[in-house]
Ligand binder design. Structure first.
Ligand SMILES: Cc1cc2nc3c(=O)[nH]c(=O)nc-3n(C[C@H](O)[C@H](O)[C@H](O)COP(=O)(O)OP(=O)(O)OC[C@H]3O[C@@H](n4cnc5c(N)ncnc54)[C@H](O)[C@@H]3O)c2cc1C
Length: 410
């Protein structure tokens, strides 16, 4: 069968996903034992949803939970104009809706105050208005609002010469480390096993339908294994026999110590993204990437999460803080708590990679950018596919064995 995921109505998306498994006359495999490799937000969500389905789950994380992209992320939950084309936008909308579900299931702290975006370049600003019109056609509560309206909503935020800004009312933000830990904690309370500082080094089929995962904390036999390994360029070839071309890019995230309430929503201003958590911390995301020089390429070759020393880290943090101060002057003088370099797990075509590889049918890849937005829907559908053993049509365009064309995004 196979539905055209570009044209299905959003309301029927999940119903169709469920039906595709049910119509195939599948039986569920609640006794399945799934090994999840990677303790970022994607591995955590899959672990939670599998444990909720009653599956046996063991999660392996080579460091601590949420130490790579799921720590160095801006953590904006959105289905914005950048989520193209329509099928990927709809998938992102399901991610946003999924956070509302998870919030009530787990009592998560999510700030739902929408986002505001504008550009300083007039031509780009005009294109933004067209993109927001498309958003409204695609069921998003998005509109261009006047600067006066913006000031009423965000009195502490200044803007340049812009007269109108885009408001995307559905957007939210989380503390990704806290949420990853909450998902894992719930999974563990449902029976999952967590193994941190445990690196999976090999996955070898044993011939009896199980796979032996070899790790530095012992061997373990499982039925299926999920690679939620993020931007690691070698993991998929080594553990699932398929190279996934990625164009991982770095981004610097700066977190301040708590300050008084200054910002309600997410501010997507020229050069910097800004939001404030409910605990008062301000999160800044750098917009431009690193300069393309030999020195930078050498420094970034090993995908470090830290600057070579604290002086460098503070120089970068102060540079980003200075950009943010143009828009929120009261940030000036905020103490910096953390400076982190995140690496986007970015498949070449910008879309998620979800499913088993042809080379290793017991594997299941779950690698994507915008994983904060997508974690709930990905966790839900991946768990369903693994437990039922049946493909869900909603993932048809995201399978690992597709041809990857390069699309320049992010
Ligand atoms: C700067 C930046 C800004 C971003 N902003 C947003 C945003 O605003 N909104 C949004 O939706 N998304 C955003 N993203 C993307 C989002 O953060 C990622 O898509 C998401 O965090 C990916 O989560 P993950 O669990 O797949 O990967 P990760 O968090 O990287 O987790 C992978 C884990 O696997 C572990 N691992 C790897 N190999 C092994 C092994 N062999 N054995 C054991 N463990 C292993 C690693 O240690 C790591 O902890 C941003 C990303 C960056 C870098």
């Amino acid at each position: 069968m196979g539905h055209d995921v570009n044209t299905i109505n959003r309301r029927t998306f999940l119903a169709l996903s469920a039906a595709s498994a049910a119509l195939a006359g599948c039986t569920t495999r609640k006794d399945i034992h799934v090994g999840i490799i990677g303790g970022g937000i994607i591995g955590a969500s899959i672990a939670y949803h599998l444990a909720k389905e009653g599956a046996k789950v063991t999660l392996f994380e080579r460091h601590e939970l949420a130490t790579r992209a799921s720590r160095g992320t801006f953590a904006w939950i959105n289905a914005s104009w950048a989520k193209q084309p329509r099928h990927y936008h709809r998938f992102s909308q399901e991610g946003v809706a999924g956070w509302k579900r998870l919030q009530s299931e787990l009592g998560l702290d999510i700030r739902w105050e929408g986002s505001y975006e504008w550009f300083s370049n007039p031509g780009r600003q005009e294109r933004l208005a067209d993109q927001i019109a498309e958003q409204a056609d695609w069921d998003e509560p998005a509109s261009m609002i006047s600067a006066t309206e913006f000031t009423k909503r965000e009195p502490n935020v200044h803007y340049d010469a812009t007269e109108r800004m885009a408001l995307s009312g559905n957007d939210g933000a989380i503390d990704p480390v806290a949420v990853t830990k909450a998902l894992i904690s719930k999974a563990v309370s449902l029976g999952a096993t967590l193994k941190t500082h445990c690196e999976v080094r090999a996955a070898n089929p044993r011939g009896n339908g199980t796979v032996r995962l070899s790790t530095n904390c012992g061997d373990i036999d499982i039925d299926r294994y999920v690679l939620a390994t993020g931007a690691d360029p070698e993991a998929t070839m080594k553990l699932a026999g398929r190279h996934i071309p990625q164009r991982s890019t770095p981004g610097v995230i700066v977190i301040t110590k708590p300050v008084r309430p200054l910002i309600r929503g997410i501010i997507v201003a020229p050069g910097v993204h800004i939001h404030q958590r409910n605990d008062g911390r301000i999160v800044l995301g750098e917009q431009g990437g690193a300069p393309d020089s030999t020195a930078h390429r050498q420094r970034l070759a090993g995908m470090p999460n830290r600057f070579p020393n604290d002086d460098f880290a503070h120089q970068h943090a102060n540079r980003i803080l200075a950009i943010a101060e143009q828009f929120v002057s009261d940030i000036s003088g905020a103490d910096i708590e953390d400076v982190y370099i995140g690496w986007r797990p970015l498949p070449l075509d910008g879309h998620p990679v979800l499913g088993p590889t042809e080379a290793r049918p017991e594997s299941y890849l779950a690698i994507m950018h915008s994983g904060v937005t997508l974690a709930p829907i990905v966790g839900e559908i991946v768990a369903r596919e693994l437990v039922t053993g049946k493909s869900v049509d909603a993932l048809a365009l995201y399978r690992p064995d597709r041809d990857f064309e390069q699309t320049k995004r992010y």
